[in-house]
Design a protein around this ligand. Structure first.
Ligand code: PMP
Ligand code: GLN
Length: 377
């Protein structure tokens, strides 16, 4: 068999979670909460399962959920997507990203993305005949060099992918970034894929959704994840907002990837979203966790990198060890029993800045225990 992805192994999230499990380490690697989801939400899923909502949902998602999503998006970003033609409920953001790239990228199209990049982007582009053009985010703040972006645009560039708040760095794009992105996308007739799965996890900034910008809203695919928002990563539930001419193409792929997604969960989410109280305090909750983790690490030898959003904290071990980041992550997991994610895996050229990513979507107890270990290193 000729592999379509000869250079790709098992995703780092599976590798590190397994290593954590095998070595009984505190798992701050793969990003998922260790606390329960809302009781109300569980009861709602039960309610709809008991009410018989257990068969295939409509292909684009149940109308009640699409309608609830449109209200939330209008409320947050001042843009009202049409639930009939511009919203598609997906099996998490991962399926959304894949379906979007499969629908919109043609053989030989160039797709600009920024390293460190979330690990499914590059293979999903290549599997669909696209050519990933990796640009590196500027250090130390992981910002975008827009001059470099413009220089990299060719007649074959079709898509530019952004992610704000950014996994793994915790950086966020600001108003100027979005204005520049809008200008470039219009000037060069590009489609923007905006991965906004951490829209509700942002500290001291307001989330700059692409949907807030009229020029972008007409040419962008914005991607969201209920798994991230409601601490239910195992539900694999998310959605896409895109103008009708893009949604039409994306749904052609979505219908043959999964057809539709979990029905009772969709009804439950629809009812849950109708109460703003259920999602407006998420940033505060995570900011508190970030602060607890950072405070507990202040006397450690790790350098704490600023985190403006997401539930990931980067720590630099430059002052501690010369090991490459994969070896350091392995040593911490097996020897010290704290698992993290090495950042070099998110770079095409495997750039090693001696940075590890720790997930702080955890109970305070877990965070304090992990920090206590890290302080002794
Ligand atoms: N994009 C980013 C930036 C992520 O961190 C993740 C992980 N949640 C995803 C996409 C995939 O999300 P989901 O679990 O909903 O598939
Ligand atoms: N998004 C999660 C992270 O960054 C992992 C999701 C996955 O395991 N595929 O850790």
């Amino acid at each position: 068999l000729q592999s379509k992805l000869p250079d790709v192994g098992t995703t780092i999230f599976a590798v590190m979670s397994k290593m954590a499990l095998d070595h009984h380490a505190i798992n701050l690697s793969q990003g998922f909460p260790d606390f329960p989801i809302s009781d109300k939400l569980i009861q709602l899923v039960n309610k709809y399962m008991e009410a018989g909502k257990n068969q295939y949902a409509p292909m684009p998602g149940v109308p009640e959920l699409r309608s609830a999503i449109s209200k939330v998006i209008e409320d947050k970003y001042g843009y009202l997507p049409n639930p009939e033609t511009e919203i598609t409920v997906t099996a998490g953001a991962t399926e959304a990203i894949y379906a979007t790239l499969a629908a919109l990228v043609n053989e030989g199209d160039e797709v600009i993305l920024f390293d460190p990049a979330y690990d499914c982007y590059d293979p999903s582009i290549r599997l669909n005949g696209g050519i990933p053009i990796h640009l590196t985010l500027k250090q130390p703040d992981f910002s975008i060099d827009w001059n470099k972006v413009e220089e990299s645009i060719t007649h074959r560039t079709r898509v530019i992918m952004v992610n704000t708040p950014h996994n793994p760095s915790g950086a966020v794009l600001n108003h100027e970034d979005l204005k520049t992105l809008e200008e470039l996308a219009i000037k060069h007739d590009l489609i923007v894929i905006s991965d906004e799965v951490y829209e509700h996890i942002i500290f001291g900034h307001s989330h700059e959704s692409a949907l807030k910008y009229e020029g972008l809203s007409k040419r962008c695919v914005a991607i969201y994840s209920f798994g991230k928002t409601f601490h239910a990563t195992g539900w694999k539930s998310g959605y896409i907002i895109a103008p009708d001419y893009l949604t039409k193409e994306i749904r052609k792929v979505h219908q043959f990837l999964v057809f539709s997604v979990n029905t009772p969960v969709q009804y439950a989410l629809a009812e849950f979203l109708n109460d703003r109280e259920n999602y407006i305090h998420i940033s505060d909750m995570y900011e508190q966790k970030r602060n607890v983790f950072q405070e507990a690490l202040k006397d450690s030898r790790f350098e704490v990198i600023p985190c403006h959003g997401t539930y990931f904290q980067l720590l630099s071990y430059k002052g501690i060890s010369d090991l490459d980041d994969m070896s350091m992550a392995e040593k911490l997991t097996k020897g010290h029993k704290v698992a993290s994610i090495p950042i070099s895996v998110f770079y095409q050229n495997k750039q090693d800045d001696k940075l590890l990513r720790f997930c702080f979507a955890k109970n305070e107890d877990t965070l304090l225990k992990a920090a206590d270990i890290l302080c002794k290193i």
